[in-house]
Design a protein around this ligand. Sequence first.
Ligand code: BES
Ligand code: MN
Ligand code: ZN
Length: 505
Amino acid sequence: MDFSIRTGSPDRLRSGCVVVGVYSPRRPGQAAQAIDRATGGLVGDILKRGDFEGRAGSTLMLPRVAGTAFERVLLVGLGAEAELTEPRYREAVRAAVNALRAAGARDALLCLADTPPAGRDVAWAVKQAATVAMDTLYRFDRMKSAPERVAQALRSIALRAGSREAAAASVALEQGVAIGHGMGLARDLGNLPPNVCTPSYLATEAASLARSHRLGLEVLDQKAMQRLGMGALLAVARGSREPPRLISLTYRGAGRRDAPVVMIGKGITFDTGGISLKPAAEMDEMKFDMCGAAGVLGAIKAAAMMRLPLNVVAMVPATENMPGGQATRPGDIVTTMSGQTVEILNTDAEGRLILCDAMTYAERLKPAAVIDVATLTGACVIALGHVASGLWANDDALAGEVLDAGQRAWDRAWRLPLWEDYQEQLRSNFADFANIGGRPAGSITAACYLARFARKYPWAHLDIAGVAWRSGREKGATGRPVPLLAELLIARAGLAASGSRRPRR
Ligand code: BES
Ligand code: MN
Ligand code: ZN
């Protein structure tokens, strides 16, 4: 897909289909008014007859209009003008792209970003439009023997902006497209079946990212993990025939001495629960247990595409969690790389075991901040549903950054407490602490476990168990939290969409 920014009056710009918004009830937006004038009152006529109300998410394709620069007009309902919120705006873009695809349009001029929701600017609306459009057009059919030949005619989308906003809009567009590519990668990796997307596959994928975006790459194998004393990560890998990997990708957009932002993604390529075996129902969805890994890989891809002036590391501890004769038993005690010992009371609480050793390994990078991303607990899904990621942090400023980034990206997180009171639930009679804290506050005690490995740097933890994928008919990875992470990196780089600093690498 080819995206561009175009300035000028909507009715003068040549395009296969011009897309304009209509507020309800039957109130044409600015671009729709311009089209109305250029067509001798066609839009007004349709609205007057009651053929289009402007209800949020509705669309109406108007066929060929003679003597104009555009071949077709797509009306998109925005709902009441006073209620044009961020999700409404996103839904309008999604509806428009679906209608364009259904109609087999080749190229379109989208005139929606010039009327952003209250409190947002054109740059925000452009960035969101690009990301939402790419997200809407995403398909995963590479595992079908005969991929459906959906007529993917849509080649290019131009976004209209006023000439005063054009510069900010093109920076925002590049960012929106980069985020779209990052999400696409995260969705692909998440959707791949667990017999394909193994720890070694993730390492191969990281290597190809390293090549195409000139990133540094390090891949540790089992031997290296043993030398480093990563007893917890190795304990999870024991039951599997697939060898584990600890993958680090480094993007250098700033000077050597600039402390990096380190993102650590849980990479359990399949979670059976291990000896604490999960029930059969929906177990296939545990292929998505590497969506944290997919998210940090997607985010570093976006950072590289945006050429952010920032150092970033994406770290992925990757392994399967399988039962077997060699598998870790409930009651086993292991020594983590930090030296702390852990009594593994439930082998299904494996995410924290692989993350904790990666978190200790990350200390040597002297990080400015560490953010781990994990499909960590079912309890987080119970607490926040499929709307917000759970957020925990040992640093209020960093927590604020994550919350703000999530809000801007419309990929929201909600903070929960890390109070000392909860640590007690991890008490063990035999080791320094246990890997589970019982039923109450399950996502909080998981975060409390991780906090014991984050004493050396500002740290935030995102539990994405409820948001990383959808179940049911629309089963599939969502690409979250790539938008949040990318937005956080943009802000860290001091490169707001309106900014003009564009460092060359
Ligand atoms: N990957 C799961 C968490 C999960 C389960 C995410 C279902 C989304 C849907 C994780 O490894 C896990 O099994 N967690 C356990 C922890 C428990 C044993 C303390 C859980 O949430 O049940
Ligand atoms: Mn598990
Ligand atoms: Zn898991």
